[in-house]
Design a protein around this ligand. Structure first.
Ligand SMILES: [Zn+2]
Ligand SMILES: [Zn+2]
Length: 354
């Protein structure tokens, strides 16, 4: 039976084409996955609007599906197995890979990241170890949101999110929401979220945040850092946060939030910088010294993050369903990407076989 391999291909700014692409036959250590669902996110939308992708690129990197062929040397995967796909091709040889950090591999190729083709197609071939088994009762829509949850798990590792900690999250987009879910699963004591949109705050509180606060706008009459310090001091006082929070997550990419994420920390606290987008330059580094604060970055995921994410969903510790607000057939990818770019949905999942 001849298989079609309809693929979502960037051909120009805001223009996708559904193209028929060849199926890569699996090597001895590979599996061929029939892709069932692919979540799309801000980085996909970024590619979509770009006019400078180097070639006609298949987009997508958040996928799950069924193994339909296994390479001759693959022992631990089988045809018919349901899997989530890790979209990073790490070299497994460089110093970062050997240290256990393939997320910062010096030679990393990543699905849907120019110039590496992505997973928004009907069939995708990858190393067997990149296909992580998922349980039978996990829906394809949820499985297609495993990758962003794995990113939140990695953030939780970087932040050492554990019981009894207090957490502030700046930005209630998909990452902020997934961090709420992971933090609750790990027994974090109190979660305070900030955003500039009341609707997003309301959703975050419904989804498990303890306190939601509308970020104030600085009309520029007050010096930026003073504004941040005054505001966070007031929040700390009003919400009984003692000396501040243990962990803050900057997931908005806004300059003012980057400052607040530092000034809201108690001594010894950790700020995780996760917001992408424009460069944040006005970070008050001098405040780090006296309180021995930490600032850490986080990117993608490390070994075991997918397994942790799948475990959290399958045991009902994290519910991804409320986040998946729309699904589209692959043939309507253009509509899905423009909806993603308009940011009206929380999470959009494309059904690859439809
Ligand atoms: Zn993504
Ligand atoms: Zn490497």
């Amino acid at each position: 039976m001849a298989r079609s391999n309809r693929s979502v291909v960037w051909v120009g700014a805001r223009t996708l084409e559904i193209q028929e692409r060849p199926i890569d036959s699996p090597g001895p250590n590979d599996v061929l996955v029939q892709v069932m669902a692919t979540g799309i996110c801000g980085s996909d939308a970024h590619n979509w609007v770009s006019s400078s992708v180097s070639r006609q690129l298949i987009l997508g990197h958040e996928s799950a599906g069924v193994i339909v062929e296994v390479g001759a040397d693959v022992q631990d995967r089988y045809v018919g197995q349901r899997v989530a796909v890790e979209p990073g091709f790490a070299c497994l040889k460089c110093e970062f890979c050997l240290r256990g950090n393939p997320n910062t591999c010096a030679n990393l190729k990543y699905c849907g990241m120019d110039p590496t083709d992505g997973t928004l197609r009907q069939y995708f071939t990858c190393s067997a170890h990149m296909a992580i088994p998922i349980p039978e009762d996990m829906s394809w829509e949820e499985a297609g949101a495993t990758q962003p949850l794995a990113i939140a798990v990695q953030l939780g590792r970087r932040a050492c999110l554990t019981a009894n900690k207090t957490l502030a999250i700046f930005g209630c987009g998909p990452l902020g929401l997934l961090v709420i879910a992971v933090a609750n699963a790990y027994g974090v004591r109190k979660i305070i979220v900030f955003d500039i949109e009341q609707a997003r705050i309301d959703f975050a509180v419904q989804y498990g945040a303890d306190i939601g606060i509308l970020s104030p706008k600085n009309d520029a009459s007050v010096e930026a850092l003073t504004f941040a310090q005054d505001f966070t001091r007031q929040v700390i006082r009003e919400h009984g946060l003692d000396q501040g929070v243990d962990v803050s997550v900057e997931a908005s990419g806004a300059e003012g939030c980057a400052q607040m994420a530092i000034t809201i920390l108690k001594a010894g606290g950790t700020c995780i910088q996760a917001g992408m987008g424009k460069q944040l330059t006005a970070v008050p580094l001098f405040l780090l010294t006296a309180k021995e604060l930490n600032i850490k970055g986080t990117v993608r995921f490390t070994p075991g993050c997918y397994e942790d994410a799948i475990d959290l969903v399958s045991r009902g510790k994290v519910d991804l369903k409320p986040l998946i607000t729309s699904t589209y057939p692959l043939t309507k990818a253009n509509e899905a990407f423009s909806a993603q770019h308009a940011r009206k949905d929380i999470k959009i999942v494309i059904m690859n076989q439809e």
